[in-house]
Design a protein around this ligand. Structure first.
Ligand SMILES: Nc1ncnc2c1ncn2[C@@H]1O[C@H](COP(=O)(O)OP(=O)(O)OP(=O)(O)O)[C@@H](O)[C@H]1O
Length: 266
C-alpha cells in the first residue's frame, strides 16, 4: 500500500496452552497508511490484543514481519506508543506526572517532561486536574489522561487497546466525539482495537475484521464517509460497513464463514 507507515506481513504466533502451543495468529497481513485511523474488530478472544502486542514489539512472532516506515521492527519495543486495556495510571503520581511519564521513560528529566506535557493537558481538558491523583478522576478523564500519556511519547504510531471499553455508554459517546475531533487536528496514525462496530465505523478510515482464532484478516472495510461523522447517526457508507462487519462477525445471524463482499486487501 502506498505510504503505509505500518505493514504487518504474514504474522504467525502460537501461545502456550494446557495442551501445548495454540496458534493465535495465523498469517495476519495489515497495511496502515500514515495519518490514518484503523479499527480492528473480531470475535472475543480471537487475538486482537495479541496482534497489538506484536505490532508494539512486546511479543515476537514465530514468523512474519512488522515494518514501521519501511524498517523491520519485529520484536523491537518502544517504536510505537501503546495504550493497554487497563489505563495503568500510577495512583501515587499526579495526573501531570502520569502524563509526563510517557517522556520520562524515554530519558527526559521529570521537570522537563512536566513542562513539555502542560499544553497537552490543556488540549485534553485535564489542566484543572493536573495535581489530582488518578483515583479522583471520573472514568472518562482517566482515559483522557492515559491517552495523553500515550500521545506524549511522540511516537509516529498509536496503538489503542479498547480505550473506551470500561466506560458507560454516555461517557463513551462523549469520548468518541472528542477523540474524532482531536484526531482530525493531529492526524496521528492510529490502530485501535474495539468490540463496538459502530464506534469503529464512526472513527476509522478502515475497519479490519479478524476471523475467529487462529486469527487472520477476514476482511478490510474502507469507511469513506466524510468527517466529522455523527457517532449515533452514521451516514449511508458507514451504515453499509457496519452491516457488513456485523454480518461477517455472525452478529446478524450469518455464519462467520459466509463469503464477505467487502474489499479484501491482505
Ligand atoms: N500470555 C498468554 N499466554 C497464553 N495464552 C494467551 C496469553 N495471552 C493471551 N492468550 C490467549 O490468546 C488468545 C487471544 O487473546 P487476546 O487477548 O489477544 O484476544 P482478544 O481478541 O484481544 O480478546 P478480547 O476480545 O477478549 O479482548 C486467547 O485464547 C488468550 O487466552
Amino acid at each position: 500500500m502506498a505510504d503505509a507507515l505500518l505493514q504487518v506481513r504474514d504474522v504467525h504466533l502460537a501461545l502456550p496452552a494446557a495442551d501445548g502451543p495454540r496458534p493465535v495468529l495465523a498469517g495476519v497481513d495489515l497495511a496502515v497508511p500514515r495519518g490514518s485511523f484503523t479499527c480492528v474488530v473480531g470475535p472475543s478472544g480471537c487475538g486482537k490484543s495479541t496482534l497489538l502486542g506484536v505490532v508494539a514489539g512486546l511479543r515476537r512472532p514465530d514468523r512474519g514481519q512488522v515494518l514501521l516506515d519501511g524498517c523491520d521492527v519485529t520484536g523491537v519495543p518502544g517504536r510505537a506508543a501503546w495504550m493497554a486495556q487497563d489505563d495503568l495510571l500510577l495512583e501515587w503520581r499526579t495526573v501531570l506526572d502520569n502524563v509526563a511519564l510517557g517522556l520520562e521513560v524515554q530519558g527526559v528529566r521529570r521537570r522537563d517532561a512536566r513542562e513539555r506535557v502542560r499544553d497537552l493537558l490543556v488540549e485534553f481538558g485535564l489542566a484543572d486536574h493536573a495535581d489530582a491523583r488518578p483515583s479522583e478522576l471520573s472514568g472518562g478523564l482517566r482515559q483522557r489522561a492515559a491517552l495523553a500519556r500515550t500521545v506524549a511519547q511522540g511516537r509516529d504510531l498509536l496503538l489503542l487497546d479498547e480505550p473506551f471499553g470500561a466506560l458507560d455508554a454516555l461517557t463513551r459517546l462523549h469520548l468518541q466525539r472528542w477523540l474524532a475531533a482531536t484526531w482530525a487536528q493531529h492526524r496521528w496514525t492510529v490502530v485501535m482495537v474495539t468490540h463496538d462496530v459502530r464506534e469503529a465505523v464512526a472513527l476509522a478510515d478502515q475497519v479490519v475484521r479478524l476471523s475467529g482464532q487462529p486469527a487472520r484478516v477476514a476482511a478490510r472495510h474502507p469507511v469513506d464517509d466524510p468527517r466529522p461523522r455523527h457517532p449515533t447517526r452514521p451516514g449511508a457508507g458507514a451504515r453499509a460497513v457496519e452491516h457488513s462487519v456485523l454480518t461477517g462477525l455472525g452478529a446478524l445471524g450469518v455464519a462467520d464463514a459466509e463469503p464477505d463482499r467487502a474489499r479484501h486487501d491482505p
